[in-house]
Ligand binder design. Structure first.
Ligand SMILES: *[C@@H]1O[C@H](CO)[C@@H](O)[C@H](O)[C@H]1NC(C)=O
Length: 332
């Protein structure tokens, strides 16, 4: 005879007959589930703690828009409250140590055509520096950028670095660790002074300025206002030029600026063809590669713009060109 089948054996418990057994089984099953849940939650909590510790100790890689680039992973905390860029274009390199000797020609490296510099001609560089510093001290949302590359063979540093060093040594800022002043170390002419300083502003703050003030030679006002500013499509209402010239008769220098700066730029808006490109090349003997393609990917197209038609405007999108954004939307 075959044994009678035991109903319910495959369930392990005969639930229907013993309320006690059924209850404890339920409890066991529930506590097993609870253990699992607790384990899972502990795991998530641990993971979140680790992530937070990482964010706490290595925050920079996460709050920078460029965090995907491992090269830039050690960015410091950005000064993201700044809005106003103050550019001081460099014209020579200060070699000195004593700021009180700043008007001596032996303290500077400059280009051969500037060789006949006398004291008042050199002191104007410091006037540009001091004036920019005064504006910066008054406007807490400003950043001064001293701009200019390693343009002189007889110097081992850049125009921008040397201007910043002179500014700090001469005490034009409230402290020697003044954080709202920096250098831009790659520009080789005025157009690059403007464009590279904007890129440098973005490196320091994480965004683009809403206002630009340039402090330079009065005789270069027309070039900045009428040529360099429109070439990068920077809005006129958010641009100011403060001109300080050498006292006395500047007619020769003015003529030189017109013939070697203004007019060549009228014919070559981005300064990248023959005459102006050659000028840059001569100042680029140190073969430095500007880092702005990497730090400012949104400016890459403008930085590379060199149209065969020498006066064709850059039409690509720019971080500061809202008109262009709406124009694109209309085309869709
Ligand atoms: C200087 O020369 C290097 C190559 O030698 C070039 O990559 C760089 O763009 C030049 N600098 C400027 C500011 O044009």
């Amino acid at each position: 005879m075959l044994p009678a089948p035991v109903v319910g054996r495959k369930h392990g418990f005969r639930r229907s007959t013993s309320p006690y057994l059924s209850l404890s089984g339920n409890l066991l099953a529930r506590s097993r589930a609870t253990n699992l849940a607790v384990l899972g939650l502990a795991f998530i909590a641990g993971l979140s703690l680790l992530l937070n510790l990482q964010l706490y100790y290595f925050p920079s890689a996460h709050d920078s828009p460029n965090s995907s680039l491992s090269l830039l992973a050690s960015l410091p905390k950005l000064q993201d409250n700044l809005e106003h860029l103050i550019v001081v274009p460099g014209h020579a390199i200060w070699l000195g140590r004593d700021p009180s000797l700043r008007a001596e020609p032996s303290e500077w490296a400059f280009q051969s055509y500037q060789a006949s510099q006398d004291s008042s001609r050199l002191d104007v560089f410091f006037q540009h520096i001091a004036h920019a510093a005064r504006i910066a001290v008054q406007d807490e949302k400003s950043l001064v950028v001293f701009s200019g590359g390693q343009t002189q063979r007889s110097a081992t540093t850049t125009e921008g670095e040397s201007y910043l060093r002179l500014a700090l040594a001469a005490g034009v800022f409230p402290s020697t660790g003044f954080s709202r002043a920096t250098s831009e170390d790659f520009a080789l002419d005025s157009f690059q002074n403007l464009l590279f300083s904007i890129a440098r502003f973005n490196e320091v703050t994480g965004h683009y300025p809403s206002k630009i003030t340039v402090v330079g030679y009065e005789m270069k006002r027309a070039r900045f206002l009428e040529l360099h500013r429109p070439a990068i499509r920077w809005p006129e209402a958010r641009f100011e030029y403060i001109g300080i010239d050498i006292p006395g008769d500047n007619s020769v220098a003015r003529q030189g600026e017109r013939e070697n700066g203004y007019l060549p730029y009228v014919a070559d808006l981005y300064g990248c063809h023959s005459f102006l490109a050659n000028k840059r090349r001569q100042r680029n003997y140190s073969a430095r590669y500007p880092p702005y393609y990497l730090s400012n990917p949104r400016l890459a197209a403008l930085l590379m713009w060199c149209p065969p038609d020498h006066t064709a405007m850059f039409t690509g999108s720019l971080p500061w060109s809202a008109e262009h954004a709406t124009h694109l939307q209309r085309e869709k």
